[in-house]
Write a protein that binds this ligand. Sequence first.
Ligand SMILES: Cc1cc2nc3c(=O)[nH]c(=O)nc-3n(C[C@H](O)[C@H](O)[C@H](O)COP(=O)(O)OP(=O)(O)OC[C@H]3O[C@@H](n4cnc5c(N)ncnc54)[C@H](O)[C@@H]3O)c2cc1C
Length: 392
Amino acid sequence: MSQTENQPTPPVENQAPPAPAPEPEPLREIITPSNKEVIVLAEQVGGQIQPVTLELLGAGRDLANKLGGQLSCILLGHNLGDAAQTLIHYGAEIVYVGDDAQLENYRTLPYRRVITDLLKTFALPPHILLLGSTTTGRDLAPRIAAFFKTGLTADCTELDIGPYEHTNKADPDKVGLYPGCLYAIRPSFGESLKARILGPWNNPQMATTRPGVMNPLKPDTSRTGEVRHIPVNLLSEDYRLEVMEIVRETSNSVNLTDADVIVSGGFGMGGPEGFELLKELAACFENGVVGATRKVVDAGWIPYQYQIGQTGKVVRPKVYIACGISGAIQHKVGMQKSGLIIAINKDADAPIFSVAQQGIVGDVFHVVPELIRQMKAQKQAGGVSSAEKSLV
Ligand SMILES: Cc1cc2nc3c(=O)[nH]c(=O)nc-3n(C[C@H](O)[C@H](O)[C@H](O)COP(=O)(O)OP(=O)(O)OC[C@H]3O[C@@H](n4cnc5c(N)ncnc54)[C@H](O)[C@@H]3O)c2cc1C
């Protein structure tokens, strides 16, 4: 070791302190032009507003309040009676009404024409346009989105407003802070994630939501609003399709959305015969029906119209009894807003227990027959309602 290596380093006099790191440039705020309006596309059948529209108005009211904008509705059809007033009672401030014999039955091209013609007359585009994830909404929404070159998120389970910071340097024109974006939230990537999908680059920002997911406001007949009649100018190219006949399905339909009690079965029911047991339990209730998971429907144990979940029906019964159902997120989004959820599963760690208020860890083939026996015994003793109360 040399002598110099052992000597302490002499202090360096007048050494300049290290330069402070430069402050990061604040992100510029980017506001894409809009009039802050939230518009719901109404659906009606024979002048009757469909429940999904009232639910969208509930969600739209919340978004409009957060944006500081107004909530409007587009209503198309013929002989619409007081449907526009109904929309106002449920929260719309303006209803754009297109009333014409050509709009009586939904057809893609005429409806698209009237809606895009209307929106083109706005000095600034609306901020948000919402439709139901119904046959009509799913058909119409992408055509309107493509016309305005804007984004569309389908089958949302939640909607919100918030900011977005775009810092992707590969996209320098877009780098900035976008306030007031539509957060379109939906289950994604199999069972594990809820994705928040944003598209603030262009307005209107568009989303569809499934029937039964959003909460309607309480109707208030003292609410007032404006009804604006809009022109209906169809072109010959809009008449490519003619409706010859409308046949509404009445047989084999199961009314899951109006049932008070749903006894729902999953793959744990073992086969179609397991569903006979569930039908027997459902019949113990005054307004009880059977429901099912997609896995059961895919296996052909029960028809599709019984399916509950993301790609089936969204339900909110007073009581939901989940039998042999694991509780995948795609199933939960269809039933988690039920009044009381009772889960029966032999696996104590099954995810269904995370949304259940009452859980029974056990074999469905022991628990369900015992429930049926007790329900029947109590029914005989004290009538239906006391039997239902005893279960609840
Ligand atoms: C894009 C997409 C959309 C989807 N949409 C839907 C949808 O709309 N609806 C839907 O339901 N699913 C949907 N799925 C499927 C979903 O991911 C699940 O695969 C499905 O919900 C599972 O059904 P299950 O609970 O019946 O079956 P499993 O996951 O197999 O669960 C069976 C459960 O039964 C229990 N079990 C077994 N035997 C018994 C017994 N004797 N007693 C008590 N418990 C028992 C087991 O412990 C298990 O928890 C979708 C999937 C994708 C990818």
